[in-house]
Design a protein around this ligand. Structure first.
Ligand code: ADP
Ligand code: MG
Length: 404
């Protein structure tokens, strides 16, 4: 099956060609026809399965005809990065259609957004909070919205946005087409779907997708040797771009700093950054200026960078879903990716749980020549002239490695 079979307008097919999409992904294949017929839809699929084009293409097709300069499609997205990415994808796919989209999220000035809204756009991609700010200020008119897309509904729920989403729904006119996308279907999302969708088509793409194209490996290590091990691992892998996950913002910042000191083009993405600096970090990573991006889960939520070759879990995620979401960032759309997880003895239960879900035993790897036994005091790398550094040279540790 090819994109030609959908009967999309030539101007939209130009956009598909510009993005070099050759074959529709499974979710696109199954969603585009019913959405083009005007049906409501629930789309269940992991990150990286091509959900954006699955809704963007039929929505562009729908908006080609009819009035311009008013908001006719509204996409709700949990984070600003995702809103930006969806906006960019729509602009690329719709580049020949003359349709205009606008991302709307907080952390930047409202004035500029108001100006763009006044100038007239057909598609808005919004985070719930800022969208409601505009609604309450009367600076946005949602009365003409005919298609609503709720993207990453489960994330939105995790982040506590459900009340906002429900408030937004109250501002919309009733007869409309509604599409809801989610990686999982917890009860609250099911309830929301029941409340707002009319006779929806459900499209579900298997749960195993990320596991197939990704090779997983575990690197057992003591907590205090993680950074040094990471530095050595990065030396070993010829990586295009590596996304490293840490549990805390502070750690993301520190690890990025240590990688920089070790000579890597690394940066961090975490909640402490201002919006321009987040954007700079992301753009730098996307363009290849940075090879390594160290991020927390929240900051990295849904980041779409097709060329991510390796995901490294510096810290084990707290849930299995967290693991599949992180790993979903690599191995997207038929590209192979590697997932490396640094594990300490404290992670044993989580490792077991993940292996159960993936129905596989993950490979345990040790890095040859790496000094796993170096004691705590000398790990920081921040005091190269620290007297304890001498310990590193003590033969007793060398001997221990020999035994491994
Ligand atoms: P999701 O929303 O499911 O996480 P995205 O829509 O962000 O996934 O798509 C993931 C990546 O795959 C993006 O870089 C996108 O450009 C790319 N992609 C989407 N559809 C196709 C396709 N049909 N062929 C090739 N690449 C695609
Ligand atoms: Mg998406």
């Amino acid at each position: 099956m090819s994109f030609e079979s959908f009967g999309l307008h030539p101007s939209i097919m130009d956009g598909v060609a510009a993005l070099k999409y050759v074959k529709p992904t499974p979710i696109q294949l199954q969603s585009i026809p019913p959405v083009m017929q005007g049906r409501d839809l629930i789309g269940l699929a992991q990150t990286g399965t091509g959900k954006t084009a699955a809704f963007a293409l039929p929505v562009l097709q729908r908006l080609l005809n009819g009035p311009r300069g008013r908001i006719r499609a509204l996409i709700i997205s949990p984070t600003r990065e995702l809103a930006e990415q969806i906006g960019e994808a729509i602009n690329a796919l719709g580049q020949r259609t003359g349709l205009k989209s606008l991302p709307i999220y907080g952390g930047v000035s409202m004035v500029h957004q108001v100006q763009r809204l006044r100038a007239g756009v057909e598609i808005v991609v919004a985070c719930p909070g800022r969208l409601l700010d505009h609604v309450w200020k009367g600076t946005i008119d949602l009365s003409q919205v005919e298609v609503l897309i709720i993207d990453e509904a489960d994330r939105m729920f995790d982040m506590g946005f459900m009340p906002d989403v429900r408030n937004i729904l109250r501002c919309l006119e009733k007869p409309r087409q509604t599409l809801l996308f989610s990686a999982t279907m917890p009860d609250d999302i099911r309830r929301l779907a029941r409340d707002i969708l009319k006779d929806p088509v459900t499209v579900q793409i298997g749960h195993t997708a990320p596991a197939k194209t990704v090779s997983h490996a575990l690197y057992p290590v003591k907590q205090h040797r993680k950074t040094s091990l990471l530095i050595e691992l990065l030396r070993d892998i010829e990586a295009d771009s590596v996304l490293v996950f840490t549990r805390t913002k502070h750690r993301a910042e520190r690890v990025a700093q240590q990688l920089k000191q070790a000579g890597y083009r690394a940066t961090s993405l975490q909640g402490n950054l201002s919006q321009p600096r987040r954007q700079a970090a992301l753009n730098g990573f996307r363009s290849g200026l940075y090879k390594v991006l160290v991020a927390t889960d929240v900051a990295a939520r849904g980041i779409d960078i097709l060329s991510i070759s390796h995901v490294v879990n510096y810290d084990m995620p707290e849930t299995i879903d967290g693991y599949t979401h992180r790993i979903g960032r690599t191995g997207r759309v038929e590209k192979n990716g590697d997932a490396l997880t640094l594990v300490t003895s404290a992670d044993a239960a989580m490792v077991q749980a993940i292996e159960r879900v993936l129905k596989a035993t993950l490979e345990r790897r040790t890095l040859k020549g790496f000094d796993y036994a170096l004691p705590v005091a000398d790990n920081s790398g921040r005091h190269p002239s620290h007297p304890q550094r001498q310990q590193r040279r003590r033969p007793v540790y060398r001997k221990r490695i020999g035994k491994n």
